[in-house]
Unconditional design. Structure first.
Lengths: 222, 134
């Protein structure tokens, strides 16, 4: 799956954007800035998905992550209004020893992963050398009849159809389990975020607990 | 600055179409290993964020970054299998859909816990949440 021409330019632009936005997500002082940098990182990774021919996943990434999850994050940052504490000179990281240990650990992980990818990919390339050559030649032949500056990515593939088919055949049972998981998540988050007043108003509290609260403070306000 | 000048250099190189530098050949033709390296770097940025930040919401965001790096690896291998014709090539994309579902559920539950925690303890700094520590 060797990319060529303008595809590689897009690859480098979006991968560098994803890494920089990821770094700024971790390093930003304000949580809102972190959320916005994470959105740009996710959008850059979605662009890489399109480059890899997975248009459906890229669309799901934008719709679900950026449109759903990140809006949820921003709402919670708004509700839990403590962002101002981190401005100025307040420490955003934990104690220096913890930061040092974490950085050393990350560095070791970087070296190990790069080593593993290099070693493993060499073997993979050796095993699939002839197949990769055939695939590259096929792509080059396919791109012969495109106009100059166009790449094969500009064509819409039947990716969505194929992903849908394998989602309902190859992964039908996990698909159903995922729907149950989402139901549990909805009910759980509603239960967790309720206040005591809301629980009392729907008569959903144990009478003993209610009496204990009433005896400790006359009016439950929270 | 360095990154933008490097991108400008790459753009010039691609636009002129000169194949002068053989050493740049690997930069010009990214393959599977490049995507894996990008995924690994994003994963490690996420790990560092989880281990070092104090703000529990930013820790959640770092977890999203980790899951996204895993998604990138899945999609890259899916494309590799499509090109070489081995195994079920679309399994990677199906797995990615499930990872996105689990990430959404995890974010909903986790942020519900954060709201309940803030209501009871008035803090979201993880070094102040030490009720069960001894």
């Amino acid at each position: 799956m060797i990319l060529s021409g303008w595809e590689s330019v897009f690859f480098w632009v979006f991968s560098i954007a994803a890494i920089f936005a990821g770094l700024l997500t971790v390093m930003a002082r304000n949580a809102v800035h972190s959320a916005l940098f994470l959105i740009s990182s996710l959008v850059s990774v979605a662009a890489l998905f399109i480059l890899l021919g997975a248009e459906f996943i890229a669309g799901v990434q934008i719709l679900v992550y950026v449109g759903g999850v990140m809006v949820l994050f921003l709402f919670v940052i708004m509700l839990v209004n403590v962002g101002a504490e981190e401005t100025g000179k307040a420490a955003i990281f934990n104690r220096p020893t913890q930061v040092g240990a974490a950085l050393v650990f990350s560095l070791l992980l970087v070296l190990g992963l790069l080593f593993a990818i290099n070693r493993g990919y060499e073997g993979l390339k050796k095993r699939d050398a002839d197949k990769l050559l055939v695939a590259t030649r096929g792509r080059e032949a396919q791109q012969q009849d495109l106009s100059a500056g166009a790449t094969g990515v500009s064509r819409l593939t039947r990716d969505t159809e194929r992903v849908g088919t394998s989602l309902y055949t190859y992964a039908a049972l996990p698909f159903e389990i995922a729907s149950v998981l989402l139901l549990v998540a909805i009910i759980g988050s509603v239960m967790l975020a309720r206040t005591l007043k809301q629980e009392v108003s729907t008569d959903d509290v144990d009478p003993e607990v209610l009496n204990a609260i009433k005896s400790s403070e006359p009016e439950p306000t929270s | 600055m360095v990154a933008s000048s490097a991108i400008a250099l790459l753009l010039l190189q691609e636009a002129s179409g000169s194949r002068a530098a053989a050493a740049l050949e690997g930069i010009k033709h990214p393959d599977l290993s490049k995507f894996l390296v990008i995924g690994a770097i994003l994963f490690i940025i996420g790990i560092a964020g989880v281990l070092t930040r104090r703000n529990i919401i930013v820790i959640f965001m770092s977890i999203e970054l980790i899951l996204n790096a895993a998604n990138l690896n899945f999609i890259a291998f899916s494309r590799y299998l499509q090109d070489t014709g081995g195994g079920n090539a679309l399994a990677g994309q199906v797995f990615t859909v499930f990872i996105i579902v689990v990430a959404a559920a995890e974010a909903a539950i986790g942020l519900g816990i954060v709201i309940a925690l803030y209501r009871n303890r008035e803090t979201i700094w993880v070094d102040e949440i030490d009720l069960m520590k001894w």
